[in-house]
Design a protein around this ligand. Structure first.
Ligand code: HEM
Length: 351
C-alpha cells in the first residue's frame, strides 16, 4: 500500500530526486557543530509564529476602535486564545534572540566566506524582516505602552537625513499615530513581511543546500553526520524543547495588555522600546543635542544606517575571507560591537 502510493506520487512529482538530495546531505562534525542547530531553530520558531498568527487573525480586528477589545476577547473568551496570544508574543522575542545568536555564530565561524556571500546577505535581510515583524506587531494590540513606544520608534525614522519627514509620515500614514498607522502596520505585518520572508528564506535555504555547511577555518573536522535522520532528529528534539519553553513562558508569565491607547492622554513615564531596539534607543538618548553642526539624533541614525550597511557587506570587508586565513582584527571588532550592544541594552533596561 505504502509502496503503491509512493510510486504513484513519484511518477507525478519525481520524489526520488528530493530523496536523493536528502540522502546525500551531510553535516560536518567538529567542536562547533552545536551552532548549526540555530538556523533550523529560527525556521521552526518562524513556523510557530505563522501558525499562531493565522489563528489570531481569526479574531483580531485591525482598527483603532476594535483592536484592543478584540485582543481582550482573544485573551479572555476564545478557547485557548490566551495560550495562542502568549505563545505568539513570547515566540517573537525568542525568535529574535535565536536569529541574533545564529548571526553571531555564523559571523565568528566566518561562514560568510566564499561562496556563501549570498547566504549571509539574505540572512541579514531576514534579520531586518524579523525586526520589522517585532516593530509592527507591537502596535497591533493598540495598548498604551505600544502606542507611545511606536511614537518614539517612528520619531527615530524622522531623524533620517533628507527623507526623514517623508519616512515618518509614510510609516504613520500622516503626521501622528492614528488608526491609519494601525492599518499600515497591520498590512505590513500580515502581508508585506510574510511575503518578503518567504522570498528570502527560500533563497537562504537554497544557498545552504547548494553549498552545504561550511567548516570554520580554525577547526578540524571529525567526519560528518547524515542530515536525515541523524541531524534532523536532533533538530526535532530542540524544537520540542522550544515549544515546551514557549508554553511554559506563556502559562507562567502571560503578557500584560495594560490600558487601551488614548492618543489624547499624556505619555506615561518609562516608555521603552522592545529589548532588541533598546541599544539604539539608549545610544540616541545619551547623545548630546548637537555634535558640531549636526543634531545628535541625526548623527546617531546615520551611524546606525552605516552599521547596517557594513553588516551586509561583511563577506566583502573580510579581505581574508577568500583564502580562509584567520582574521583577528575582524574577530575583535565583532567582540567589541557585541559587548557594546549588550552594555547599551542593559544600561537602557536599568535606566
Ligand atoms: C531569520 C531567519 C533565518 C532563517 C530561518 C535561517 C535559516 C538557516 C538555516 C536552516 C541554516 C542551515 C543550518 C545552520 O547553519 O544553522 C542557515 C545557515 C546559514 N545562515 Fe541563516 N537563517 C536566518 C537568518 C540568518 C542571518 C540573520 C544570518 C546572518 C546575517 C544568516 C546567515 C547564515 C549563514 C552564513 C549560513 C551558512 C552556515 C554555514 O554554511 O556554516 N542566517 N540559516
Amino acid at each position: 500500500m505504502k509502496n503503491t502510493i509512493y510510486t504513484w506520487l513519484d511518477e507525478r512529482l519525481h520524489l526520488h530526486k528530493v530523496k536523493s538530495v536528502v540522502d546525500k546531505k551531510e553535516v560536518p562534525v567538529h567542536k562547533h557543530t552545536i551552532w548549526y542547530y540555530l538556523g533550523g531553530m529560527t525556521l521552526f520558531l518562524f513556523i510557530v509564529q505563522f501558525v499562531t498568527g493565522i489563528l489570531l487573525l481569526f479574531y483580531y480586528r485591525a482598527s483603532a476602535e476594535e483592536a484592543f477589545e478584540s485582543v481582550q476577547y482573544i485573551m479572555n473568551e476564545v478557547y485557548f486564545g490566551w495560550l495562542i496570544h502568549n505563545i505568539h508574543s513570547w515566540g517573537s522575542n525568542l525568535l529574535i534572540a535565536v536569529v541574533v545568536l545564529h548571526m553571531v555564530s555564523v559571523f565568528f565561524m566566518r561562514a560568510y566566506r566564499k561562496p556563501r556571500e549570498i547566504t549571509w546577505i539574505s540572512g541579514v535581510i531576514l534579520l531586518f524582516i524579523a525586526l520589522g515583524f517585532g516593530f509592527t506587531g507591537y502596535l497591533l494590540p493598540w495598548n498604551e505602552l505600544a502606542y507611545f513606544a511606536t511614537a518614539v520608534g517612528t520619531e527615530m525614522a524622522g531623524s533620517v537625513p533628507i527623507i526623514g519627514q517623508w519616512l515618518l509620515e509614510f510609516l504613520r500614514g500622516g503626521p501622528d499615530i492614528t488608526g491609519a498607522t494601525l492599518n499600515r502596520f497591520f498590512a505590513i505585518h500580515v502581508w508585506v513581511l510574510p511575503a518578503s520572508f518567504l522570498l528570502f528564506v527560500v533563497l537562504h535555504l537554497h544557498q545552504v543546500q547548494l553549498h552545504g555547511m561550511s567548516i570554520p577555518p580554525s577547526v578540524e573536522s571529525k567526519g560528518s553526520l547524515k542530515f536525515y535522520p541523524d541531524f534532523l532528529l536532533r533538530d526535532a528534539a530542540g524544537w520540542l524543547i522550544a515549544i515546551g519553553v514557549l508554553a511554559a513562558l506563556a502559562a507562567l508569565f502571560p503578557w500584560e495588555l495594560g490600558e487601551k491607547a488614548d492618543p489624547l492622554a499624556p505619555a506615561p513615564p518609562g516608555i521603552k522600546p522592545e529589548w532588541y531596539f533598546m541599544f539604539m534607543f539608549q545610544v540616541l538618548k545619551i547623545l548630546p543635542a548637537t555634535i558640531g553642526p549636526i543634531a545628535g539624533d541625526v548623527l546617531g541614525v546615520v551611524v546606525f544606517g552605516i552599521g547596517a550597511l557594513l553588516l551586509i557587506m561583511i563577506p566583502f570587508i573580510d579581505k581574508k575571507a577568500g583564502v580562509g586565513a584567520p582574521n583577528p582584527t575582524l574577530k575583535w571588532i565583532g567582540i567589541i560591537v557585541v559587548i557594546f550592544i549588550i552594555a547599551m541594552t542593559i544600561w537602557g533596561e536599568l535606566d
